[in-house]
Design a protein around this ligand. Structure first.
Ligand code: GLC
Length: 477
């Protein structure tokens, strides 16, 4: 069995801030089918899950971050807990906080650069001691982006030169930039290799990873094409590295997302999808005092511009002004401005619009089980998992045609599984909702569509082989 180490700052259920956590938490479970054992390493946070585990220490050490001495220890959890070997790095003072990225004021931690470097340095030191344990190192996003450079060029890491490195880009909007003055936080390397770290005059963790990794993937094929064509500042680099790049669609964890067994929903799927949807919708509508005879539109996710959440309140106004009749339930937290827009919208249309301003996995599962339609008006979406959860639970996705949404949702006009719109404006979103209302009016056609949705295969079994092929290609060279 070949062994692969995934390096990330998130892994569900241990720590999750977004879809990357779901992906890193699920994908490793499916590699044994390919004769590959995947382990995961993330920082140890002061979050409830970590307090409940009994870890075993496998290594400890220290390094100087500039003049600051930093202690770390690597802790291990056997495969029966997560479904694969799990490691975390305890770095007191840096990660023992009750949030993955955000400070109490909702802004990123001010010492993000020092944290990211500390985590990567500890992982490199541990890898160096255990040099022949892993056959490949798989880095996720910029937070692990310096590792391929140091495995290739760091003076102290000569033992790691032959181990292939793989990069997966979940979100190319974040680059992990740092000024050159942060160089004294980094392990030593020769000046003439510094260009590999640089982009636009800064150290750029994502650019360094793109240059130094042996191969890379984005989380959908369409997103790869999009960022090669027009990702601000990095598109030319991505074009240069196109030969080693591939788009591979994410999957969903069908153990966590199984409507037949899901403990987070009120009514599980037994025989008929119609019955499943009806019972769950009735339950939710009673809880929220909504009219269960109306079509139910949901939105689940971060209230952020990327997700187009700001378009929803005005689109709802337009739909009602055009005489549309529907309920809207929005679940999520994020920008205070968008939260304010939603609260005002709820005040205008109290009995039809509910804003649940919280992050709650249980409520999210219930919404997928209860909704008729899911809104995803994303401005950009590298893959998107919500449309896959939604299809799997019989909720019809309404998506803006971007990124991975293009690869997973096609329009009913083309005999597809959902509704697509192209322009990220409130008018277009409102038009898409009106199309959904017309579809819902024809219950026979709507039920047929729901049945089509639930038949789609978005499991990891579909995509894991592509990753295994990528790894094998590197082992063969
Ligand atoms: C990021 C992207 C999202 C993707 C997820 C998992 O959160 O924004 O589109 O599904 O990573 O790869």
């Amino acid at each position: 069995m070949k062994r692969v180490l995934h390096i990330s700052t998130e892994c569900y259920p241990a720590a999750k801030a977004g879809g990357m956590g779901d992906v890193v938490g699920a994908m490793p479970k499916y590699f044994p089918e390919e004769q590959i054992e995947a382990s995961v390493i993330i920082p140890k946070y002061d979050l409830p899950w970590f307090r409940e585990q009994e870890f075993q220490q496998v290594q400890s050490g220290s390094f100087y971050l500039g003049l600051e001495p930093v202690q770390y220890e690597v802790l291990y959890l056997a495969p029966e807990h997560m479904g694969y070997p799990f490691y975390c790095v305890n770095i007191p003072g840096k990660f023992d906080r009750n949030s993955v990225y955000l400070d109490a004021d909702g802004e990123g931690f001010r010492d993000e650069i020092a944290r990211n470097i500390s985590f990567q340095r500890a992982v490199l030191l541990w890898l160096n001691e255990a040099a022949n344990v892993f056959d490949l190192v798989h880095c996720h996003d910029h937070q692990a982006g310096l590792i391929p450079f140091f495995m290739k060029k760091g003076y102290a890491f000569e033992k790691l030169r032959e181990i292939p490195t793989y990069l997966t880009i979940h979100n190319a909007a974040h680059h992990g930039p740092m000024p050159w003055s942060a160089r004294h936080f980094l392990p030593d390397f020769h000046d003439h290799d510094g260009g590999l770290l640089e982009w636009d005059g800064h150290i750029n963790s994502l650019a360094a990873a793109i240059k130094c990794c042996w191969r890379l993937s984005t989380v959908s094929p369409n997103y790869l094409r999009e960022i090669q064509a027009h990702l601000p500042s990095l598109n030319s680099l991505l074009q240069d590295e196109a030969a080693k790049s591939r788009g591979i669609l994410n999957g969903i964890d069908t153990e966590v997302w199984n409507p037949r067994k899901d403990p987070k929903i009120k009514h599980r799927m037994t025989r008929s999808w119609k019955q499943f949807k009806k019972a769950n919708k009735a339950y939710l509508c009673q809880e929220l005092q909504l009219d269960e005879d109306l079509p139910l539109f949901t939105f689940i996710g971060r209230l952020a511009a990327q997700k187009g959440a700001d378009l929803i309140p005005a689109a709802i106004d337009r739909v009602f002004a055009r005489g549309g009749s529907a309920n809207f339930v929005i679940l999520g937290t994020g920008s205070k401005k968008i939260e304010g827009l939603l609260q005002a919208c709820e005040q205008r249309h109290g009995s039809r619009v509910k804003g649940l301003l919280m992050y709650n996995e249980d409520v999210a599962h219930q919404l997928y089980a209860s909704g008729d339609f899911l809104l995803m008006p994303s401005r950009f979406e590298p893959c998107g998992l919500n449309q896959m959860f939604s299809l799997h639970y019989g909720t019809v996705p309404i998506v803006r045609a971007t990124g991975g949404l293009m690869d997973t949702v096609s329009d009913i006009g083309d005999k597809g599984n959902g509704i697509r719109f192209y322009d990220g404006s409130t008018e277009e979103l409102a038009n898409a909702i009106v199309r959904a209302l017309m579809l819902y009016g024809d219950q026979k056609a709507f039920t047929k569509l729901v049945r089509k949705c639930v038949k789609e295969d978005n499991s990891w079994q579909r995509s894991i082989g592509a990753y295994a092929d990528e790894y094998r290609m590197l082992w063969a060279t």
